[in-house]
Write a protein that binds this ligand. Structure first.
Ligand code: 5RP
Length: 267
């Protein structure tokens, strides 16, 4: 791994081997997702509390202050919207050159293993890794499941994450599931988890985070469970406590409640 690639990776996965990535790229296929309708307002208060941000170039350019010192994981794939039954027809939509121009620390692309456009998404991953290796830019592969959330089991996710690593991804995002440790064991590069749709309670999100870290994930790439909460800053700080400080689920709950009580409202 080149020095530049290692250096960029270290901006995302911090010195303690863990990382909190804030996912705000949902609009690329979901449009103005609930509570991400005005990205600038959602993102700004969370920036001081995240290690990196996963985002599209359009929202980055228009809704994030270029002076903000936050490592960017730039989503570079897309091509279908939530209106389409098959979400797998994605291609690279943002060039590596533009990613560099935007000072990205990594680029992210979805793969759709087992879906109608599996082949094109995997070939796109290979091509992107080829290009990014040339300049030392890490590639995050997202094991996307489209609308089939029930696909999230260890057998499927183990297959998808392993294929992503075999194609050369430097980091893989997937979902937590039963027997998640098997997914991590079968994937020779670091794994982060998405939060998925908002869970019923904060404690459910903390339990998910705790289980993922204890099963071997290096961190989270979480969106809706943070910014769809009424107290997004309290949420991300409690998630951080689990990821970086080894907090238990109960301790994360205490962090959340004390911050929520301290600052009422969407702060
Ligand atoms: C969409 C994505 C999202 O970034 C990912 O799903 C993480 O966000 P959330 O925690 O809301 O699931 O990659 O394809």
């Amino acid at each position: 791994m080149s020095w530049g690639l290692q250096s960029r990776m270290a901006r995302i996965i911090r010195g303690d081997g863990h990382g909190v990535m804030l996912a705000v790229d949902h609009g690329y296929f979901m449009g103005p997702t609930r509570r991400l309708e005005k990205p600038r307002e959602t993102i700004a208060p969370l920036l001081p509390h995240t290690d990196s941000i996963m985002i599209t170039r359009g929202v980055l350019r228009n809704c994030v202050d270029p002076k903000a010192d936050v490592p960017v994981v730039l989503r570079v794939s897309g091509g279908t919207s939530i209106l389409n039954e098959d979400l797998s027809k994605e291609a690279v939509t943002t060039s590596v050159r533009d990613a560099v121009r935007l000072n990205a620390s990594a680029v992210a692309l979805s793969i759709f293993v087992g879906a109608p456009h599996e082949h094109q998404s995997l070939v796109a991953l290979g091509g992107l890794v080829n290009e990014c290796e040339e300049i030392g830019l890490p590639v995050l592969a997202v094991t996307a499941v489209g609308k089939e959330l029930e696909k999230r089991d260890a057998r499927y996710l183990g297959l998808a994450t392993r294929i992503a690593a075999e194609f050369g991804a430097h980091l893989v995002k997937t979902y937590h599931c039963d027997d998640f440790h098997k997914v991590v064991e079968g994937c020779p590069v670091p794994v982060v988890i998405a939060g998925g749709p908002k869970l019923d309670t904060e404690m459910d999100a903390f339990q998910l985070t705790y289980d993922a870290i204890h099963d071997g994930a290096v961190g989270v790439d979480m969106g809706r469970n943070i910014w769809q909460n009424d107290h997004p800053v309290a949420m991300i700080r409690a998630v951080r406590a689990i990821v970086h400080e080894g907090a238990s689920v109960k301790e994360a709950g205490d962090v959340f409640r004390s911050l929520r009580e301290g600052k009422k409202g969407r702060k």
